[in-house]
Design a protein around this ligand. Structure first.
Ligand code: GDP
Length: 195
């Protein structure tokens, strides 16, 4: 699946712009700077397919990528900018809510968590939304190469404890490093295996 063509389809700012719901779709959510663009690029083996948009004004688009003609990968705007204006945050939440609740073909939401930070309050908001939307979500820990064994174990334990409170959580966590390639093949297999 990942060896075939990967194309940027479009960036959308509202539900009306979504492409036809005609194939299995997965989405990626995470705090800004969590390593979401790097992960999508590592998965697809591209350097610049997904670009980090570190300007709050540029973060409102949902970006669609097609894996051949059988899967969409959806890059959701990063959340948790300290300086993001209230109106932008509200707009983002509204869009996310309608997307998560209303996208029939969405099979899994990957919630990215930085290995150095674990699950924060702002991540909990997203997990709460996912519980309500009844979309199965799976935690992907990023930047595993940045920490030592001890921190790694601590973060994994913290994430597991937090997930225990969320009915929509898929129990298996994927630990990744886009830098070193850890977990990338595992995550590809998860995506390829969804029906
Ligand atoms: P985004 O804002 O979530 O799209 O985050 P980016 O993918 O742009 O990554 C944010 C920063 O973290 C960049 O400086 C990346 O080079 C770095 N980064 C991302 N993934 C990894 C990783 O697996 N290991 C290391 N060491 N750095 C990473």
């Amino acid at each position: 699946l990942f060896a075939g063509p990967v194309d940027f389809v479009k960036g959308v700012t509202g539900m009306a712009g979504l492409p036809p719901a005609d194939r299995v779709e997965v989405c990626f959510a995470g705090r800004s700077n969590v390593g979401k663009s790097s992960l999508i690029n590592a998965l697809t083996n591209r350097k610049n397919l997904a670009r980090a948009s570190n300007t709050p004004g540029r973060t409102q688009e949902i970006n669609y990528f097609a894996l051949g003609d059988s899967r969409y990968m959806v890059d959701l705007p990063g959340y948790g900018y300290a300086e993001a204006p209230v109106a932008i945050v509200a707009k983002w939440q509204a869009l996310l809510k309608s997307y998560l609740a209303g996208r029939q073909t969405l099979r899994r939401a990957f919630v990215l968590i930085d290995m150095r930070h674990g699950i924060k309050a702002v991540d909990e908001e997203i997990l709460g939304l996912l519980d309500k939307s009844a979309v199965t979500f799976q935690t992907v820990i990023t930047k595993a190469d940045k920490v030592n064994r001890e921190t790694r174990d601590e973060t994994i334990a913290q994430v597991k404890a937090a997930l225990a409170k969320h009915p929509a959580a898929y129990p298996e966590i994927v630990v990744t490093s886009s830098e070193k390639g850890e977990g990338i093949e595992t995550l590809r297999a998860v995506i390829a295996g969804l029906e």
